[in-house]
Design a protein around this ligand. Sequence first.
Ligand SMILES: [Zn+2]
Length: 290
Amino acid sequence: MLTHIKELFQGDVVGKFAYPAFNTINLETTLGIIAAAEEVGVPIILETSEGAIKYAGLTTMFEMMATLAVKAKVPIALHMDHGKDVEQLKQGIELGYSSAMIDHSQSTFEDNVRDTKELVEFAHAEGAWVQGEIGKIRGTEDWVSVSEAGALLTDPEEAELYVEATKVDTLACSFGTVHGIIKMNGEAEAHVDVNRIKEVYDRVKLPLVLHGASGVPEEVIAQAIANGIAIINIDTELRIAYSKALRQSLLDQPQEVDPRKIMKPVIEAVKNAAIIKLKQFKTQKIVSLN
Ligand SMILES: [Zn+2]
């Protein structure tokens, strides 16, 4: 069933478990993710980045996800990930995404507050949630030294000021994780500053969002959840599962020309990778919804 993200936070979530926010870019990834959620029997967040929207189109992505979510046996909330373009975020909210992330964390604090406030006012009038970002989450392209990386982490006091000024509903912070694939190749450490998570949560009391968590050990994920992380974005691990399975499927069936048969093991691989995350995050059912 298609669900508003706020329904997922009706119960006792923060400190107990996290929802995965799975990035999707196409039909097969979406089918795999939803099959995982149905098998485990828990709600999830499905999200699209600006890259996915550029690839397939905003309306195409939204309608595809919404159609599948309506038919799904578990609650699914739709979210826009890392939006830099405020107008596109507004279009998405008008289409029916119940949550959108504005990522103007590269701007000055004042500009980030101003732009976030603009989106929050629009979103709240439409009944949608906004995820803000404060601090800079490193990406594959952002090579910085350890000391420089420390300076990018979210300052808890700044997080509190940002939340007070903008009235965002969920908050993405930089707790030391890195976006993308570099750490999966052992080229960067997947570090999480758990004390900082607790400091930020104690000040803002909002569901905190962890980005760039692929490759973070399970025990660290558990500590992050215990201290306030309630949404964890997942992208890289599903991409890896997808690509590996697709290569294998083509090798296994060199004569096959039916894409449905080629893609079947790919959907299965995405599903299995997503199930691992649902178990790691101990994602639970919401009593009021099930
Ligand atoms: Zn992110």
